[in-house]
Design a protein around this ligand. Sequence first.
Ligand code: PGA
Length: 254
Amino acid sequence: MRKPILAGNWKMNKTPVEAVNFVLELEPFVAGFADVESIVCPPFVALPGVAAALKGSSLGVGAQNLHWAESGAYTGEVSAPMLKGWVDYVIIGHSERRQYFAETDESVNKKLKAALQHGLKPIVCVGEDLGQNEAGVTDAFVNAQVKAAFEGVSAEQARGVVVAYEPIWAIGTGKNATPEVANRVGGEVVRGAISELYGDDVAQEVRVQYGGSTNEKNIGELMAMPDIDGALVGGASLKAAVFAEMVRVTAEIY
Ligand code: PGA
């Protein structure tokens, strides 16, 4: 049985002080739901404060990005060894990074390998845009994204990776994939690609999140789907009461 995992992707929101105040408010709500893994992913500068505030708590911390090199002349970048100690998780290849910061399947693959090498747990994002969706190429595109991301990753390492299926047309738009569609792509396509690479045993262990306009109202029907093991939550994770309610609903379903 895969443990459900809800991760809040705060994106470029909240100052370090706001971030600490927020997690102090959120933590008591989610601490009681040990059967759900709950994670917040604040901006880099808020990570030390948030990690300190959550020391010993079951509420986990993740980063939103990393660089693949350990150190060097990469102005403005942050590496896995720098994140180690502050975070357990790291989001890799979010569609906004791919769209606005020219991330490619190749950079996503390098980042995934760097995260694994340094013991960070990756959340790798894949998903098609509206044009691809309408052209009916979602399955082929997502399959190729998953395979490119995992290139050179061992089966043992792959088991611990979380994959977030986030159709780009559903992110921040209020539109979401129906639970059936999310489940089909998450299962047949994402888990299917992992099965092609590593076999069904590994594919059954990898957790697949859905992301895109999830909230406290639709999380229940999504989490009821057999191949959806969690959510990568954007806007709805910025309100403590809303994110806490999503965790509560998830705990009730599992
Ligand atoms: P959203 O964002 O929930 O605001 O649509 C999801 C994401 O980008 O991970």
